[in-house]
Design a protein around this ligand. Sequence first.
Ligand SMILES: [Mg+2]
Length: 297
Amino acid sequence: MNKPPKVLIVDDEPAILKAMQINLLQRGCEVLLATDGEEAVQMALKEKPDLILMDVVLPTIDGMEACHRIKSQSTGFIPVILVTVQNELKNKIAGMNHGADDYLTKPFVFEELNTRVAAMLRIKRAYDDQQTASITDALTGIYNRRYLQPRLKEECDRSLRYGQPFACLMLDLDHFKNINDKYGHPFGDEVLKQFAARLREHIRRADIFVRYGGEEFVLILPETDINEAKRVAENLRDVVQSKKFVAGAQSAAVTCSTGICIFPSAAATTFDSLLKRVDEALYEAKKSGRNCVRIAA
Ligand SMILES: [Mg+2]
């Protein structure tokens, strides 16, 4: 189910603000309101609305400047439609040059406003879908490696700032090549899908689950110490080995090996060393006979 679009309306005239708010609420939008430029910038960066309808003549900073700041400071795409009495060509050009995506002059007809809002929300949805696809693993539906790098960096920064360690797990299916060779790649793919689905059922919402490579997965457990991480890893190991993987007429018993590294810890003090250490721990698990959990030294 799609969430209702979140629209921020910025205008210093209460009557216009109210009229636009009622109009958008009737059209199923979630509406946020701001009455000056500074407030609009703060709210836009914090709330990340799907669309901003922005007046140009505003207290504190004007709508053009607010638009420019939002466009240069936000990480994703937040469309902005300037809605203003300034109806000369030079104003429209200046508005677009400040980063606005569309420009509508007052007085406007609601039918035109709504059509432009719908058009801009279509573009925004296409952008969001594309963004989601670019960080999703097509086979398993969990995050892909492209998502991991910046997200892991974020977790490391947060962890150092708040002194709150987290656990990084690397899981690898044992003898996966044999499964592909013996049963064929379609079955191998099915095992990967089911493996991801099984683990997903046993992790928390806040945990970050990533397909790192072919049959290699990374699991980030925020605010988790070594004892808890071990407990989780052993439980997942059991979840994998306790039931055969079945697809069509084929079935296979599968196990996985797991490396764990806590960040920050004696084993990993920097972001760069973390994946290396957890990979070494995984290697230890493989060397120790597989289907087991090892902790980074
Ligand atoms: Mg105004």
